[in-house]
Design a binder for this molecule. Structure first.
Ligand SMILES: [Zn+2]
Length: 448
């Protein structure tokens, strides 16, 4: 996706060894880093200067792009997860390939401005409202792929199998456009999607509510045959756990394990309400867990057992999910700070570990194994956070990682480079002229 080789000079950079001053990053036309040189106090001639702390590009491992249209509306009044879902479905009803492209392009541009270089799009609005297929049955998914390309970030399209309104019940009137009828028909449709340098195709099980147990294996096998990422919403709500135990006599985690859904290519999203046995099943199978703290707190879901999951063997990633905000620094610190409030102890993760969840482990969960490190051979995906804003000025550069995680916001992101291309330059998106205007226009087109 990169056009030419480029040399960048980072005032400070977070390398695998820690924060270093004066780092030259050479990128090649194939979009990878070819050389990293430390101890270069000034930019070499022709180099692009990146002032602040340059971090590996951030990974937003769980997104539903259209939920961006609900910002603000979700927060008015009270309600529960389930009443929020009704509002969300009204927006889903209005989506078309054209208006979803415009909305996703603007939301992904917002992500680029927040330092995000790859997004995991958990995509289930496949068909026409009512359930009929588009002439191109992948019109919606391809709109999302095109949106990410135009916004300049990588996408893993996690094409989602969603067949039932709950444990075998028919989809309701909103959900018909999500359903392919059977997992086999889902697999047939998804097999026609193609990845490229900017795009990976992955699979998702919406939840144990939405895919009948006897069809879970079909989705898992599709992902396994292609060595593709497989994501699943897991135990966000206790009501789902109760209904699953009643229907199957298993917790959702145990049901997924029984049908071959867990494993190192799998990411469980939320994993909020787990038993000790669930934590063992997830950790011992190497299943990753994506925490979405700003959404989980917005929807009053609860706090998932992230430290226990990590200790059991689950890599952790982060996602903005409902896009209450799009700020991976906020997700990262929220994971740590939630745990502090719950445990009344500090220091569950270092800043470097939190950034690893926000970057390398998130990219890996999306199938971008070569991202998340500023080192030769890695994808040339990185982002620069200002250290001279009102939020970040003051701390010494040696504490730049702590400053980024615990004080910076998306507003401090100054530059974003994806595959060697300078997508965000000095806070301005280079491909989408006015992201705020595009967001307002795209959201007005799909709201009541
Ligand atoms: Zn979700």
């Amino acid at each position: 996706m990169s056009l030419t080789a480029q040399t960048y000079w980072a005032e400070h950079a977070l390398l695998d060894t820690g924060v270093e001053p004066g780092v030259v990053i050479e990128t090649a036309a194939d979009g990878r880093i070819t050389a990293v040189r430390r101890g270069t106090p000034a930019p070499p001639p022709g180099a692009v200067s990146l002032r602040g702390i340059t971090l590996p590009g951030l990974a937003n491992a769980h997104s539903h792009a259209f939920h961006r249209a609900l910002r603000g509306a979700t927060q008015a009044g009270e309600g529960t997860f389930w009443t929020w879902r009704e509002v969300m479905y009204r927006v889903a009803d209005r989506l078309t390939p054209d208006n979803y492209f415009a909305l996703a392009r603007a939301a992904y541009a917002e992500m680029a401005l927040a330092g995000i270089t790859s997004v995991g799009e958990f995509h289930y609005v496949h068909h026409l409202a009512g359930g009929a297929r588009y002439d191109n049955p992948n019109a919606m998914g391809e709109a999302l792929i095109a949106a990410a390309a135009e916004a300049g970030i990588r996408i893993t399209l996690l094409d989602t199998c969603y067949l039932s309104s709950g444990f075998g019940a028919e989809p309701d009137k909103h959900q018909r456009r999500f359903s392919d009828g059977t997992a086999e028909r889902w697999a047939e449709r998804v097999s026609a999607l193609k990845g490229d340098d900017n795009t990976r195709i992955g699979a998702a099980v919406h939840s144990v509510r939405a895919v009948p147990a006897e069809q879970l294996g079909t989705v898992a096998a599709w992902a396994q045959e292609r060595d593709a990422p497989l994501h699943v919403h897991l135990s966000e709500q206790t009501a789902e756990n109760d209904a699953c135990v009643e229907a199957h006599g298993f917790t959702p985690t145990a049901l997924l394990a029984h049908h071959g859904v867990l494993g190192p290519r799998t990411t469980a999203v939320h994993a909020t309400h787990l038993t000790p046995g669930d934590i063992r099943l997830l950790g011992h199978s190497g299943t990753g867990v994506c925490m979405c703290p700003t959404t989980e707190r917005d929807l009053a879901d609860g706090i998932g057992p992230a430290p226990a999951l990590q200790e059991a063997g689950s890599p952790l990633s982060l996602g903005s999910d409902s896009h209450a905000v799009i700020d991976l620094f906020e997700e990262a610190r929220a994971m740590e700070l939630n745990e502090r409030l719950r445990s009344r102890t500090r220091g569950h993760w270092s800043s470097a570990a939190l950034l690893r969840a926000a970057s390398a482990d998130g990219h890996a969960a999306l199938g971008w194994d070569g991202a998340g490190s500023i080192s030769p051979g890695a994808l040339a995906d990185f982002t620069t956070v200002a250290l001279d804003s009102v939020r970040t000025a003051g701390p010494p550069p040696a504490l730049a990682a702590e400053t980024a995680v615990f004080a910076a916001t998306n507003a401090d992101v100054r530059d974003t480079v994806v595959g060697g291309r300078h997508i965000v330059r000095d806070g301005n998106h280079q491909l989408v002229a006015d992201v705020a205007v595009e967001l307002a226009r795209a959201i007005a087109a799909v709201r009541d």
